[in-house]
Design a protein around this ligand. Sequence first.
Ligand code: ARG
Length: 459
Amino acid sequence: MTKKLWGGRFTGKTDPLMEQFNASIVFDKQMWRVDLSGSQAYARALERAGLLTAAEAEQIVDGLEQVAGEWARGEFTIVEGDEDIHTANERRLTELIGSVAGKLHTGRSRNDQVATDVRLWLREEIAHLRRHQRDLIATAVERAAEEIDILMPGYTHLQPAQPVRWSHWLLSHVWAWQRDASRLDELAARVNVMPLGSGALAGNPFAIDRVRLAEDLGFAGITYNSMDGVSDRDFIAEFLFWAALTMIHLSRLAEDLIVYSSHEFGFVTLADAYSTGSSLMPQKKNPDALELLRGKSGRSMGQLTGLMATLKGLPSTYNKDLQEDKEPLFDAVTSLSGSLQIACGVLSTLAINPPFMRAALVPEMLATDLAEYLVRKGVPFRDAHHVAGAAVQMAELQGIPLSELDLTDLQKLHGAFDADVADVWSFERSVERRDVDGGSSQRSVLAQIAHLRTWLAGG
Ligand code: ARG
């Protein structure tokens, strides 16, 4: 039987199932690199505090690098008793360099070690995710710029509402992603503080220089209360919220595109690279990529809820419940990384079908413009709205499109109608009339693109 790192006071054997139940190595092994870097920096801190000689520190740092090499080459062997990545690395270090390895954990606890490792790990993952999110935004912005002249129906309640630019629709999603990206930057700053030196809960007794240690590990600062340092998982909860909201935003894009790619709409065609067929119906081309984005958003919300439930009733400082923070975190990172890249792939390869979008624009979608025509003639909006509604009904009764009502018929509804009412029946003009900042006119959409390009240039 291998000796347990915490085995001193225990005489009985651990139930084998308990061994498995307690272990986190199967999932936390992916933190091997940051665990080793954290330990190397900690060995240097111990050396500076006079607890390790220069030679001992050197031996430990080199030994840890050898362990890193084994992980990198896929040669590290997990053995019975390797409860988690921290115990596994230390066990291997001991095998490689002998008893001096036993000095590494001086003043440290796995409680401050794990809290530090997760932050180091997440910090790197956030940098990757941030790049994927930026790529997605850049792809959509360039697409919006290229296809600015395309018009499509805008919907509320999924009912045809008013004409908009396809780019305006696309950018409506981009703005949500841009907020997600800034939220990620904000939370990244809270991830990047170092709990190491908090010990088990009461602080490190050996006067290590935590500020210097934090600098060595690239942390922007240190945590200021050791009890908080070992128990704080806010940064994970916050990250999972970010992940859930980001997934919700991708899911909403996905839902729009699933609807727009249906036979009935036909506005867009998903590239073969992101669709699959049916094993039974040969004609089928299914938007699986989009459905998975939509589906994964549910799982992401569950992870946030799960972690919050884990945290809510915990007594102070470290409790083993906290080991349950990693699987949802790791899964959320994997899922987000894939989702952001898939969304980017889908958007950059999507074919659009402007004639179908055009065909879906019906004159009734200009009923609001008809009311606005009257407003411009001095009619109060409430009356104008009523008259335009009566016009819609009249056209319906005559079985013709709203735009084909005779001027004389319109004049029966209101005296302010004139021959220039013909100008109302243009989708382009309707879109261009919405020329406020944030509107769907070409100028407004170009302004959005300019804002986003400036933002992208800033990082
Ligand atoms: N594997 C543990 C975790 O992930 C490491 C910390 C263990 N600490 C302890 N006191 N048992 O939380």
